[in-house]
Design a protein around this ligand. Structure first.
Ligand code: UT7
Length: 329
């Protein structure tokens, strides 16, 4: 019997219409276009505007687009996994809410919180449900509405993040394509450098936490930067060695889009020319769990069956890792 792989049979992405440019940010905080472009590589990012527009609205657009494109009925979906740190509510999981909104009724669904590595963790989890034979059609969604937890008076964070996301449909495949391998890591010591202080059980919301601006992203950028380069590069190399991959036989590297300088450092460390590295950070900034599926969605027309693709990410937790897949169509 041939081995069953979990293969991507479709990808879809969505970014909100509103474009927040570096020039507009210049009018909001003490920053400038030149600093943002040279230190991060970002020119603009998308923002989901409107009252009571939770991240599930991005999920609805993504899943409806994915179902239509892959000619799949909502009834056929067995499982939906949503990677996000900006769920509509603390509970229930946003995956549950999105399923209700798009009419997915026969699936079980849950969220995964691994911050910027969320899509890698969710994708690897979803793949296990396919290879075990438990599910036939799994949607893995990665998305964030970072604007809901960003302090637009804090120049250290507000220039970096944006809103958006994407999803893939996973199905069983016996042609040696799809999910092949993953190296995933976490270390809670990283919580000190990247977190949101209040709103959880540790420090529930209060007048004091709101006044102290503790419901926004806190990031100590420098250590995060160093750990990101180290973590992505080392897992990339581990996965490459384990699977006899080199910069020649890998077709694409899909790095988390956190900072252009991190992306180039990781590409250099693993000896990849930038032509093989997907980059769209200039347009969307860091959409946290959304960056990897947004890249796959944008590059889909250029991908070929059998292409070796490495996805790599680093984020809050700390969490990090690399996934190796072969493109299936
Ligand atoms: O996706 C999850 C993981 N997150 C990441 O991977 C992010 C990793 N970290 C980074 O990408 C970078 O550390 C940042 C982009 C966040 C910051 O870049 P940096 O080169 O580490 O800058 P810095 O924080 O060391 O600040 C350098 C200078 C400071 O001024 P002084 O003290 O040298 O006078 C900052 O106050 O740049 C200043 N600065 C700014 N200036 C203009 C910080 N933010 C800004 C800004 N505009 N937006």
């Amino acid at each position: 019997m041939r081995k069953i792989h979990a293969a991507i049979s479709g990808v879809y992405g969505y970014v909100p219409d509103y474009i927040l440019t570096n020039q507009e940010l210049e009018t909001m905080v003490d920053t400038n276009d030149e600093w943002i472009r040279t230190r991060t590589g970002i020119n603009e990012r998308r923002i989901l505007k409107g009252k009571e527009m939770g991240v599930s609205e991005i999920g609805v657009k993504v899943i409806n687009g994915l179902l239509e494109k892959t000619n799949t009925s909502p009834d056929e979906i067995d499982l939906v996994i949503c990677a996000t740190v900006t769920g509509d509510m603390v509970f229930p999981d946003t995956a549950n809410i999105v399923c209700d909104k798009v009419g997915i009724k026969n699936a079980f669904s849950f969220d995964i919180n691994a911050a910027c590595s969320g899509f890698l963790f969710a994708f690897t989890t979803g793949a296990q449900f396919i290879t075990s034979g438990m599910c036939k059609k799994v949607i893995v969604l990665g998305m964030d509405k970072m604007s809901s937890i960003i302090d637009y008076e804090d120049r250290a964070t507000c220039v970096i993040f944006g809103d958006g996301g994407g999803a893939v449909l996973l199905e069983p495949n016996e042609e040696e394509v799809g999910f092949i391998d993953a190296e995933l890591k976490s270390n809670g010591v990283g919580r000190h450098y990247l977190h949101m202080k209040a709103g959880g059980s540790f420090k529930p919301a209060s007048i004091e936490t709101i006044t102290a601006k503790e419901h926004y992203v806190y990031q100590d950028g420098k250590p995060v930067f160093k750990h990101a380069v180290r973590g992505m590069s080392s897992t990339l190399k581990t996965v490459m060695q384990r699977n006899n991959l080199s910069s020649e036989n890998v077709h694409w590297v899909v790095p988390h889009q956190a900072n252009m300088r991190i992306i180039t450092a990781v590409a250099n460390a693993a000896d990849f020319p930038m032509e093989k590295v997907m980059v769209n950070i200039h347009k969307y900034g860091n959409t946290t769990a959304g960056t990897l599926p947004l890249c796959l969605w944008e590059w889909e027309p250029r991908l070929n069956k059998g292409d070796n693709i490495l996805l790599t990410a680093f984020g809050g937790g700390f969490t990090w890792g690399t996934v190796y897949l072969k493109w299936a169509y």
